[in-house]
Design a protein around this ligand. Structure first.
Ligand SMILES: [Zn+2]
Length: 475
């Protein structure tokens, strides 16, 4: 009997988002609905205003890591240097216009009057000033006690929390990062009453660099998800090379420790898509299309689409695992368009008439994807977003994700009955916009979700329904 392999004990990458997420970009604008005003620009990702670069962040004046007994392991200056190097990873992308600068220590706010930020109250007050758009705090939780006091598990390496948005112009205005220094205190005692985990410096820095990806407006990405199921450590280098830094869980060795750049091709492509500069068009083309149910007409949102370079025969590396860029279908469309049924329930239990404010309502975007890729020859494939990627670990607009029956490749003769492994290749030059790479999902049952609500027969025979007894157990 095959047993399902349980997920490896994971260290958590985390974001606490006050807004729903999109897949690719973290927040996408939506139109005015009813009395609700427009949310940024319809169908466009929220980004930092490139006319106001560099993005100014402020750092906790305390040490980065201390032991539980109070011995400093990484002092403030060493911590700041590491933080600067983490921001520099994203700033260093030559095809993106993005820069950051350290504007000095955290600004006082309420109970926080300066110095090492330690208490939940100080944290809440500083977050209040972040929510007011006054500062972008980078907080050292040197011994991990702040995270515990916030109710987070000790496996959280750090998190990003988006603060304020310019909902008129579609800009990110402020955001915060918290780093759990307990992962760098030199003590690894996973079994102890107070769990204390340890990461290599590179693994820790990469986890926080992932948080800076969220800070910059990126959602999670899923590529080479089979690594998660293999559960082997260290991870295969080819697979790791293509594994996005923005993958929801951290479970492999640090990319740097494997001799790889901190950012994968997917991370580079997405940050360049959000913040294109004069070099971007010379370095990328795009592949776009729509994902359809088996009827070939109804679009499918929430499917992971991956463009992979065709493996070259002249190298020992597997380029198809190394060079890949993904998008989730319908990433620009809202994950919750709303419905008026429950809003008219007695006592107005729920009013979801207008749905979420984020994401477009342009129906042509429901199954749409667009992937920026470096020049090369690609295959395009679809797969489910992994079932455990929900909430703060979500990928794309739907949480929980939907399941496909079978992953499949795109080919030039797409239909609901084609051979799932049949693939055609797409050659992309810099500046190319390859469109209409549409995939019709192969499936035997789900022509589309709402079409599956009954047997599909036009004239159903009457069925004698068993009586349903609904008991009111309330006192
Ligand atoms: Zn994350």
């Amino acid at each position: 009997m095959r047993t399902r392999r349980s997920l490896p004990a994971l260290i958590l990458l985390f974001f606490i988002a006050p807004f729903a997420t999109a897949g690719g970009p973290l927040v996408v604008g939506g139109p005015a609905v009813g009395n609700r005003p427009a949310f940024g620009k319809d169908g466009e990702p929220f980004i930092w205003n490139t006319a106001k670069m560099p993005i100014q962040y402020r750092v906790d004046p305390g040490p980065m890591s201390v032991t539980s007994s109070g011995t400093t392991v990484i002092d403030h200056n060493a911590g700041v240097e590491r933080v600067q190097n983490m921001f520099a990873v994203w700033q260093g992308v030559s095809t993106a216009t993005l820069s950051y600068s350290n504007a000095g220590p955290l600004l006082p706010a309420g109970s926080y009057t300066g110095g090492d930020l330690k208490t939940a109250q100080q944290f809440n007050d500083v977050m209040g000033s972040c929510n007011a758009g006054k500062q972008n705090p980078v907080i050292f939780d040197a011994d991990g006690r702040l995270l515990v006091s916030l109710g987070l598990p000790p496996e959280v390496i750090g998190f990003n929390s988006g603060c304020a948005l310019d909902t008129i112009n579609g800009y990110l205005l402020s955001s915060a990062i918290v780093m759990n220094g307990q992962f760098q205190d030199g003590i690894n005692s996973p079994g102890s009453t107070r769990v204390n985990l340890e990461l290599t410096p590179n693994a820790f820095d990469e986890a926080i660099t992932h948080e800076i990806g969220h800070f910059s407006g990126l959602d999670h990405s899923q590529i080479n998800v089979d690594l998660l199921l293999q559960g082997t450590f260290p991870c295969d280098t080819d697979e790791l090379a293509g594994l996005p830094l923005m993958f929801p869980f951290a479970f492999c060795q640090a990319r740097k420790d494997a001799g790889l750049p901190v950012l994968s091709p997917d991370d580079l492509a997405w940050i360049s898509s959000l913040y294109p500069n004069a070099n971007t068009g010379d370095s990328y083309g795009t592949i776009s299309g729509r994902i359809f149910f088996g009827d070939g007409a109804s679009q499918v949102q929430g499917v992971n689409v991956i463009a992979r370079v065709v493996d070259g025969s002249g190298t020992i590396e597997d380029e198809s695992r190394r060079v890949a860029v993904s998008a989730v279908s319908g990433y620009l469309f809202t994950g919750n368009p709303g419905q008026s049924i429950t809003s008219s329930m007695p006592q107005s239990f729920e009013n979801n008439t207008g749905g979420d404010r984020n994401g477009s309502r342009s129906t042509g975007l429901i199954g749409y994807y667009e992937i920026a890729v470096p020049p090369g020859t690609y295959t395009v494939e679809v797969e489910s977003v992994f079932y455990a990627f929900v909430g703060g670990s979500g990928v794309g607009p739907l949480s929980p994700p939907i399941g496909l029956q079978t992953p499949e490749f795109w080919n030039t003769d797409e239909s609901a009955f084609d051979f799932t492994l049949q693939r055609s290749t797409i050659t992309v030059h810099a500046g190319d916009k390859v469109t209409d790479i549409d995939i019709i999902l192969n499936n035997n049952f789900f022509h589309r979700f709402d079409g599956n609500e009954d047997s599909g027969a036009v004239f159903d025979a009457p069925i004698a329904m068993p009586e349903l007894f609904i008991e009111d157990t309330r006192a």
